[in-house]
Structure formats: structure tokens, C-alpha cells
Design a protein around this ligand. Structure first.
Ligand code: FAD
Ligand code: NDP
Length: 616
């Protein structure tokens, strides 16, 4: 709202319409108010005792801005008249009442929000700038979509750019990002497909008369999953439309600090300007720099829509993606090998990681440890064809085998190189191309933020991206100061026997608190459902890592067993709230479940007592 120039005239007519006599007494005050507003770059009508007035003064001080503040409560009757004149002028009854360069900003909250949004800066620099959008989001994945919906709900004009560059073999997909199309969702559904296989093996023990051979149809599974994913893509498009969010299916790149140029699949260009930007472009799988990798290998981006059964498969890599994919491929009956460069699941508790490996090995997954690929050659065309893989083992010897499919799962690169952001001052981690952002998800440029997988040093998980997007938008457009808490984030690796954890690994706890301060309570257990068939006997395991000199506060929760994701989600709340071992012991379990083992876990590692077999 701009008052300058016509404010006094408007107010005069307002007053005359209300009460002519009143205007005649107020006229000098109105002129005084206008004169104060026009002659001071920053004018604050304040009251000396008002904490909100002090807050806006501190805000301007923190920006090294000089302001003029008059304390209405110390001015007697004149102060009251000024306040009345301000009410008539701005319809605002409260103080502080802030004006910048003649523009009415508003009260404390409005000033704080204008500052966060960048509008205050524009007013200080001369006047509000006109943009096509309040907020432009690059990337319509988990983080970007969540942020766009939150901003639209707060009345902001939002545009989302999302574009999927095809993989080297031409795979592409719709709106929703990695999680929906080539990540969590198809992965969990394929995990479920594999679990059916295990249940079929157990079924006869429960009286089911099964055919001698149960077959899995890869194409049917892919078809059903892809149909479901298409419905999700459609749902996202509809939601954006219903919420008034503009969706542009084009690849965006920065042209100016506040201007994006985007190209659609027909190379048609669109340009938009926005006051604020959120970069939520995520990452894409990395290929090793070896002959044949890009030509003949595929990645998780291709696997979930692969139009033929992959056959004998090699997975290169030993983290989340490699182990999960190996788990479900083996589970649907394929011959699967995992090439492990060093350890399983770097960054995770290594005892748990090894237990996962052992369980997978016992179900037929082969591991080639201490090995990296050197080349991939095509032996035979086909769907699948036949590939020869040569690798180098740690002892220098050569590894050679033939596979129908080679899947690289060796990490992901941020989709930042073509954004052109370095040109406008955004800083990146040169080793991975991720954006350096502070705890407010702000990059090194004030109006450009980053969320999700593209932020350096943060967890690459869907709920993390969603939370960051929502909270960032609330901080930008409301008085909220709530930050995303990146600590104690629960996660689950969906290997056949799932591994859920929250908090520190045992190794990290020992390093942080010292061995003398750590007590680990643990147990192997046998899920009741597995007892009749003796499936995975006592391979399930749980442990609580506790800090002795903090009343045995639990700083690490780890579970390997069926439905570990469901178990971990619930217990994570306790860990976040600082639960101690005694709290776990005081909790009454739900019987018969796997989760109840955490309420009865009474053997410490230090005791040396065996936990190899413990029935519920
Ligand atoms: P993304 O979801 O990757 O979205 C980014 C979007 O931006 C993409 O659509 C991309 O095409 C688009 N884009 C990129 N550049 C541009 C540009 N210049 N212009 C326009 N659009 C652009 N997480 C979990 O929590 N649980 C799981 O079980 C899980 N499983 C996973 C399994 C796999 C195989 C993979 C690969 C990941 C998994 N993840 C899982 C991780 C999860 O998918 C990511 O953390 C999450 O999708 C990140 O969201 P995001 O919004 O940061 O990016
Ligand atoms: P990661 O970066 O976690 O792991 C990469 C793996 O590849 C490591 O085992 C690494 O070995 C190995 N590796 C790296 N380079 C080479 C090479 N040149 N040759 C051979 N091996 C190599 O990547 P992911 O792709 O598995 O996962 C990416 C992210 O996606 C995860 O961090 C996770 O946050 C998210 N995700 C989440 C899931 C979930 O929540 N369930 C599931 C899947 C993914 P080394 O240890 O030796 O470095």
C-alpha cells in the first residue's frame, strides 16, 4: 500500500466524511504525520514500553539502518492524536507503525515478514519491485512440491519448474521427483513383491497348499507399479492446479539473479521473474568413469520401469540403493551379485550392516568384496543382453563375470551444474556440486534457498526434504522461526530383513562419549511369524546405545527385523524426546511383537552374556 503523495488528501476527505469539526482539529496532526513519514527514510511510530516496537528497532539496527522513532506514549495528548491520525491513515490501531521511504510497511509482524521476504530491502533501496511470482521453485520433487503447496496456502503466487532429463537409455517419468517415480515408492513396492516370495515359502507351514513352483512375472509387476505411479503424477498435477500453483514442465536455469529461463522438451523457452527462489533439483545417479558404463549399464532411474526382467544382475555399490535393489531382485528369484568397494552402508552402524550382509548372503545374494569395476563390454544384444564385467580386487587380481544387467548404485550427483547459479554468487561444495546453505536453508545469496537432496551435508531422505520445504516457506512468509531439525532423523534400509535406526551408530557414540560412558543393550530375537518355518532363525536383532553418565539416555536405536521401518518411526519420538533406558524398561510392550523386545532388553554387551537365541 502506497500512501505518499495522496495520503493527506485522502485522510482529509475521510475525515470530512466522518466529522468536519474533527478534521479541523486533526489537520495539523495529519500534516505532521505526513511530514514525518516523508522526511524520514525509516519512520517508526512507537511506544516506549512496547516490546514489539523494540523488536522492529532491533531489526533495523541489525541491518545497520538508521531510523526515526517517536514514542507516542511520552507525548501526552499529541501522541494520542498522532495515533488516531495513523489509524485513519493506515487502518492499523497498534504500534509499531512502520513506514519505509514513504511506504506503509505495517506493524511488527508485517515488518519482520517483509524483511524475511526481501520486500523491506527493496523498499529501503527505493521502492517495491514487480515480479511475475513471489516464489519460483526449481524441482517438483518431494521438497519442491511441499514448499509450493505451503506457499500457495499462505496466499503467495508460486511457480514450479520440473523437468526430467532422460537417462542414457532414454527412461523418463512424470511430476513428483525421485521418491515417487524412481525412488521410495517403486522401491518399497518391489520390496513387497520380494517379501511375498518369502511368505510363499512359509505358507505351507500355515496349512496353505502351494503349487510346487510359484513364478514371478517381472513385466506384470512393473506394469502395475507404473500404472500406480502415473496416478500419483496425475494427482500432483491436479493438486498444483487446484491450489493455483503454476506448473511449468521445463528445464530451468538462472538468467539473472531474479530471472529464470526454462526450456521445454520442444526447446520452447519461458522466462519468469520472482522475488524468492527455492532450488530443489535433487540429484541423479552417478556412473563410474570406466569403459562401457554409460553405454551398457543402467541405474535405479531405469530399473523400476525396465520393460524386461533383468536376469542375472550385478549391482555395483554397497549402500542403501545397492543393497535394497539387490534384496528385492534376489527376492523375486534372480541371480544377484553385489560388488562392494569397501564396507556395507558407510555411515551406518557397522555391526548392523554386517548382519544385513550375512542375512542377504544366506538367501543367495553373492558379494564380491574389495572390488571395483574396470570395464563393461557387450557380449550379446537382447532384452536383456549379455555383458562381460571386469573388475579389480583389492589384492590386485582381476575379477571377471558375465551378467545380463549391470546396475550402478555408487552415489548421486546434485543437478546443479546447468543452473548457472555460481555466476550469481551461490556457493557449492566442489566435490559433489551440492549447494552450501545455512541452518535456514539459505544459500550464499539472500533470495535463493535450497532444500532436499541438493543441500550439502544433509540427509538425502524424502521426509527431510518435505519438512525443510514446509518450514522454510513458513519462515519466509510468516513470523515462524522454526528450523528443520536434522538431528535424530529416523531412517530405514528396506533390505529383505529391514534395518531401522535413529540416532548414533555404536561407533559414533563411542567416539563422541568415550567407551567408558557407553553401554549397549542388545538382543537377537525371532519374530513369532517366522517360528513355524524356522525362517531366518534369530537373525533379527536390536540394540540400544546408551550414555551412562546421562542416566543411560538412549542415543542410538537399531533394529533389524520385519517391519523395522514401522517400529523405528514410533520409537524415534522417544529418542528425540530424550528417553532413557529406564523409560524403555518402564514402557509396557505389545505382545507378541518384535517391537516389544526393546522394552525387555536387559543384557548389556559389557556383561558378555549371550543374546544369540531369545524367544519372545
Ligand atoms: P527430487 O525428488 O529428486 O526432485 C527434484 C526434481 O527436480 C526432479 O524431478 C528433477 O527432474 C527436477 N529437476 C532437476 N533439475 C531441474 C531443472 N534445472 N529444472 C527443472 N527441474 C529440474 N528416501 C526415503 O526417505 N525413503 C526411501 O525409502 C527412499 N528410497 C530411495 C530409493 C532410491 C532408489 C532413491 C534413488 C532414493 C530414495 N530415497 C528415499 C531418497 C529420496 O527419493 C530423496 O531424498 C528425495 O526424492 C529428495 O527430494 P528432492 O525434492 O530433494 O529432489
Ligand atoms: P551412497 O552415496 O550412499 O553410497 C554409494 C556406494 O557406492 C557406497 O557403497 C560406495 O562405496 C560405493 N561406490 C562409490 N563409488 C564407487 C565406485 N567408483 N566403484 C564402486 N563402488 C563405489 O549412494 P546410494 O546411491 O546408495 O544412496 C544415495 C542416497 O539416497 C542415500 O544416501 C540415501 O539417503 C538415499 N536413499 C535412501 C533410501 C532409504 O531411505 N531407504 C534408499 C535409497 C537411497 P564406499 O563406501 O567405499 O564409498
Amino acid at each position: 500500500m502506497r500512501w505518499i503523495g495522496f495520503s493527506a488528501r485522502l485522510l482529509r476527505s475521510y475525515c470530512s466524511a466522518q466529522k468536519v469539526t474533527r478534521y479541523s482539529t486533526m489537520a495539523p496532526i495529519i500534516d505532521k504525520v505526513d511530514s514525518l513519514i516523508q522526511s524520514n527514510r525509516i519512520m517508526i511510530f512507537s511506544k516506549s514500553y512496547c516490546p514489539f516496537c523494540n523488536k522492529v528497532k532491533s531489526l533495523f539496527e541489525s541491518h545497520n539502518e538508521i531510523f526515526n522513532a517517536i514514542e507516542l506514549d511520552l507525548m501526552g495528548a499529541e501522541g494520542e492524536s498522532i495515533q488516531e491520525a495513523l489509524i485513519a491513515k493506515t487502518n492499523q490501531k497498534t504500534v509499531p507503525n512502520v513506514f519505509v521511504n514513504g511506504h506503509h510497511v505495517g506493524g511488527c509482524d508485517a515488518t519482520v515478514i517483509a524483511s524475511k521476504e526481501g520486500k523491506l530491502k527493496e523498499l529501503l533501496e527505493g521502492g517495491p519491485k514487480e515480479y511475475d511470482y513471489d516464489l519460483a521453485i526449481i524441482g517438483g520433487g518431494s521438497g519442491g512440491i511441499a514448499a509450493s503447496k505451503e506457499a500457495a496456502a499462505l496466499g503467495k503466487k508460486v511457480v514450479v519448474f520440473d523437468f526430467v532429463k532422460p537417462t542414457p537409455v532414454g527412461t523418463t517419468w512424470g511430476l513428483g521427483g525421485t521418491c515417487v517415480n524412481v525412488g521410495c515408492i517403486p522401491k518399497k513396492l518391489m520390496h513387497k513383491a520380494a517379501l511375498f516370495g518369502e511368505d510363499f515359502n512359509d505358507a505351507p507351514y500355515f496349512g496353505w497348499e502351494m503349487p510346487e513352483k510359484v513364478n514371478h512375472n517381472w513385466n506384470k509387476m512393473v506394469e502395475e507399479i507404473q500404472m500406480y505411479l502415473k496416478s500419483l503424477n496425475f494427482g500432483y498435477r491436479t493438486t498444483l492446479r487446484e491450489k493455483g500453483i503454476t506448473y511449468v514442465n521445463a528445464y530451468a536455469t538462472f538468467k539473472e539473479p531474479n530471472k529464470i529461463e526454462a526450456f521445454d522438451k520442444k526447446s520452447k523457452a519461458t522466462e519468469v521473474t520472482a522475488r524468492n527462489f527455492i532450488v530443489a533439483v535433487g540429484g541423479r545417479p552417478r556412473y563410474p568413469n570406466i569403459p562401457g558404463a554409460i553405454e551398457y549399464g543402467i541405474t535405479s532411474d531405469d530399473l523400476f520401469s525396465l520393460p524386461y526382467c533383468p536376469g542375472k544382475t550385478l549391482l555395483v555399490g554397497a549402500s542403501y540403493i545397492a543393497l535394497e535393489c539387490a534384496g528385492f531382485l534376489r527376492g523375486v528369484g534372480l541371480d544377484v551379485t553385489v560388488m562392494v568397494r569397501s564396507i556395507f552402508l558407510r555411515g551406518f552402524d557397522q555391526q548392523m550392516a554386517e548382519l544385513i550382509g550375512q542375512q542377504m548372503e544366506s538367501h543367495g545374494t553373492k558379494f564380491v568384496r574389495g572390488c571395483v569395476p574396470v570395464s563393461v563390454e557387450k557380449i550379446q544384444d537382447g532384452t536383456p543382453g549379455l555383458l562381460k564385467v571386469t573388475g579389480k580386487l583389492n589384492d590386485g587380481s582381476e575379477y571377471v563375470d558375465e551378467f545380463n544387467t549391470v546396475i550402478f548404485a555408487i552415489g548421486r550427483d546434485a543437478c546443479t551444474p546447468s543452473l548457472n547459479l555460481d555466476q550469481f554468487g551461490v556457493k557449492f561444495n566442489p566435490s559433489n556440486g551440492k549447494i552450501i546453505a545455512d541452518e535456514r536453508e539459505k544459500s550464499t545469496v539472500d533470495h535463493i534457498h535450497a532444500i532436499g537432496d541438493v543441500i550439502d551435508g544433509k540427509l538425502e531422505l524424502t521426509p527431510v526434504a518435505i519438512q525443510a520445504g514446509k518450514l522454510l516457506v513458513r519462515r519466509l512468509y510468516t513470523t515462524s522461526e522454526v528450523l528443520t531439525d536434522y538431528v535424530n532423523v529416523p531412517t530405514t534400509v528396506f533390505t529383505p530383513l529391514e534395518y531401522g535406526c535413529v540416532g548414533l551408530s555404536e561407533e559414533d557414540a563411542l567416539a563422541k562419549y568415550g567407551p567408558e560412558n557407553i553401554e549397549v543393550y542388545h538382543t537377537h530375537f525371532q519374530p513369532l511369524e517366522y517360528t513355524l518355518s524356522k525362517r531366518d532363525e534369530f537373525k533379527s536383532y536390536g540394540k540400544l546405545v546408551c550414555v551412562k553418565n546421562e542416566k543411560n539416555r538412549v542415543v542410538g536405536f537399531h533394529v533389524l527385523g520385519p517391519n523395522a521401518g514401522e517400529i523405528t518411526q514410533g520409537y524415534a519420538l522417544g529418542i528425540k524426546l530424550g528417553a532413557t533406558k529406564a523409560d524403555f524398561a518402564n514402557l509396557i510392550g505389545i505382545h507378541p511383537t518384535c517391537a516389544e523386545n526393546f522394552t525387555t532388553m536387559d543384557i548389556s554387551k559389557a556383561s558378555g552374556l549371550s543374546v544369540a537365541k531369545k524367544s519372545c
